[in-house]
Design a protein around this ligand. Structure first.
Ligand code: NAD
Length: 372
């Protein structure tokens, strides 16, 4: 049979509920001339039944090997474990949040199997790539969930209430880092009725925070870097930021931390001394826990009580909103794969920077500039 096969097995990472293909994107891939094979149950934890995939035109496979061993393209959310990687045949395009450098064995397996790995976290963040940007789509869900967790842990209402038992003051919520996750956190806290402030080192975030109804917390430090990301702060800048922030936190009820610098551990912004200065009953939710946390007391995956202040470091929040997170992820993955799946064939245009800069390991033999 001619044409190519796109395979999706169930995720292997612990606790991962998302899936990289939905019935909607399955249908679209088939419309581009591909066959789609899905492991039974692969979409269940994200709310997609086997029947829905079959109705969308997919073939079901009983196990991961049946779904992926003969596939030319394999979609995943997180990288499959080593055993699953070894099922794939040479030259298979593997698309997902692969983090090949985060795990030496994984990186070696990708190289040894001669896979064409497309770690989507490497995608250049250009305008054309927006529809493929899984970091943004998943950060949106994570920012939303982080605020709901904070609301759940806080011993206070978020909104102002006027009741027969008197007036309740609204919670004061500070969102640290106003990237994609932070802006969604601001919007969510605002919808819940809190008094919201946002803080970032990139000055252009002021307008974005204010457009969501938040107040920009100006700590007198600017660190605009290249490509829309932040740069690292100097020691003096950090010290000044810290001093002003510590003072400010004494009157804050809830902090949601989302600050990150690409390729580095999360910047430590909230010190133990700042937590000690906060009111009992205050809550900090550290979305940056995955990369070490923005608070020096954060322990990834744990919720701590530090003298009455709750410090939570939840992991993989996007997975906890698996239905919508998968819908967005799958559309992003479909849009990316559409760059090279066309008319039932694979056509890699290595002059397209979205492919050339995303593929890992970097291709040395092509004319493109591999500089990120
Ligand atoms: P990110 O997850 O890398 O960082 C989150 C935020 O933390 C950023 O806003 C950063 O400035 C902030 N931060 C870093 N160090 C800090 C510190 N010490 N104190 C306070 N804040 C700190 O970023 P992201 O959310 O993935 O994206 C950041 C920006 O990149 C976006 O807001 C946008 O401007 C740009 N972007 C562009 C596109 C596009 O054009 N296609 C897509 C996505 C993002």
């Amino acid at each position: 049979m001619s044409g190519i096969t796109i395979g999706v097995a169930s995720e292997t990472a612990a606790g991962e509920k998302r899936v990289a293909l939905t019935p909607e994107t399955c249908k679209k891939l088939i419309a581009r001339g591909a066959r789609v094979r899905v492991q039974r149950g692969a979409g269940r934890s994200a709310g997609f039944t086997d029947e829905a995939y079959v109705q969308a035109g997919a073939e079901l496979a009983d196990d991961a090997a049946g779904a992926t061993a003969q596939a030319e393209v394999v979609l995943c959310v997180q990288a499959p474990d080593g055993e699953r990687l070894n099922l794939l045949r040479e030259g298979t395009a593997l698309v997902g949040l692969l983090q090949p450098q985060a795990d030496a064995a994984r990186g070696e397996a990708i190289v040894a199997r001669k896979l064409l790995a497309f770690p989507l976290e490497r995608l250049p963040r250009t305008t054309r790539a927006q529809a493929m940007d899984v970091l943004s789509s998943q950060a949106g869900m994570a920012g939303y969930k982080a605020v709901l967790i904070a609301g759940q842990l806080a011993p206070r209402f978020f909104p102002m209430l006027t009741t027969a038992a008197g007036t309740i003051r609204p919670s004061r919520v500070l969102i640290v880092g106003a990237g994609v996750a932070g802006l969604q956190a601001i919007a969510t806290a605002k919808r819940l009725g809190a008094q919201v402030e946002g803080f970032d080192v990139r000055p252009e975030t002021r307008e974005q925070i204010e457009s969501l109804g938040g107040k920009f917390l100006d700590l007198g430090v600017s660190a605009a870097g290249e490509g829309g990301y932040a740069r690292q702060l100097t020691d003096e800048e950090r010290a000044e930021q810290q001093r002003r922030l510590g003072e400010h936190l004494k009157n804050i009820d809830v902090i949601v931390c989302t600050a990150a610098v690409p390729g580095r551990p999360a910047p430590k912004i909230i010190s133990a001394a700042m937590i000690a200065g906060m009111k009992p009953g205050s809550v900090l939710v550290d979305l940056a826990a995955e990369t070490g946390g923005n608070c020096e007391l954060t322990r990834p995956g744990e919720t701590l009580d530090i003298d009455g202040v709750t410090v939570a470091g939840p992991l993989n929040l996007a997975s906890s909103g698996a239905v919508h997170a998968s819908e967005m992820f799958a559309r992003n993955a479909f849009n990316f794969v559409s760059l090279f799946v066309d008319g039932g064939e694979l056509k890699y245009d290595w002059n397209d920077e979205l492919l050339a800069k995303t593929v890992w390991p970097e291709r040395k033999d092509e004319a493109h500039s591999a500089a990120a």
